[in-house]
Design a protein around this ligand. Sequence first.
Ligand code: V47
Ligand code: SF4
Length: 365
Amino acid sequence: MILEQELARLGEKILEKQRLTPEEGLFLYTDAPLPWLKNKAVEVREKRHANEAYYNRNIHFEPTNLCVYACKFCAFYRPPKSSEADGAWDYSFEDLQKKLESYPVGSLTEIHVTGGVHPDRGVEYGEALCRFIKSIRPELHLKAFTAVEISYFAKKSHVDLKEALQRLKQAGLDSIPGGGAEIFDPEIRKVIAGGKAPAHTWLEVHERAHELGLFSNATMLYGHVENYGQRIDHMLRLRDVQDRTGGFKSFIPLRYRNESNALSRLPEVGPEEDLRNYAVARLFLDNIPHLKAYWAMLGLALATEALDYGVDDLDGTVDDTTRIYSMAGGPAHPTASVEFLQNAIRSKGRIPLERDSQYRKLNFS
Ligand code: V47
Ligand code: SF4
């Protein structure tokens, strides 16, 4: 009875668009029945996005997997002195050119660039890569370099974060992807991602970027050793920045995948937990407009299911160009045609819309 009363009170609050407190967010994780969460999350997403759901046409480029860090959840990185025989790669600009030229002009709208943090590369490298991509495909939206990569560029080149961002923007950077956020709680971050940019640096990169007119996304890696309170803390810190800047377009929860990494002993959470997490994110993180189920991590079937739990975006065609998830247990060859994504969205009774990187609608099919 008490549970029902509390759910009714929270339902009212949500209906009236009142912000949930951290305690209420935690209650949703621990006590709210999944069908109730589903119902409320759909109510909120339909107010924002009606019956529409988005996809885009994109590829990824992962310049190298050599990395100075050694995050325990990461199956992708190799220590800096590794060779090809160890599974390392370090692509040249010529390799990138071949890849870009293999896509006809007009067949993509976005390239997403991220990779390992190479020990020798500072902001000059980032600038050169941006300029190179724009010289070949000026029409593509360039979403590149996580806050972790950017903070390393700045440190290596002895410049502050604002200067690093200004220079990257000048060189053609259009927006910043959401990676590297993991979990902001310092104790958990130390255990799973020891050594890389702390929470305040990650948040500062994004806040400075927003001030310069660059928008960005934010991720949250969940389902490893964190607890619900730490997930709420993570979203609360994002909500605070977003109140000041409005620069986050999309929130992307990423389920920890457990193959071939230093935390493989941990089981992965099941689909019900994924769906609960999307729904709570939609309700608690009330000021980031889009909630993305990144199908290349989750698989298309579950990402499609998440459209019933507050999600409004499946991400893009990807075309087998990312290895971060396939190396950790995600779909082996992540590629989806436009028709495939459209049909997935239609299978949930929603209207598929192609978007650009700013979520402007590109078609009305
Ligand atoms: O920060 C690495 C995650 C992220 C694992 O901005 C893992 O549109 C689960 O941020 N299990 C990088 N996750 C990818 C990323 C991203 C992806 C798609 C779209 C956008 C966007 C951003 O991948 C890392 C880390 O949190 N990751 N290893 C793993 N084993
Ligand atoms: Fe390096 Fe990123 Fe992997 Fe961490 S998650 S080891 S920073 S590639």
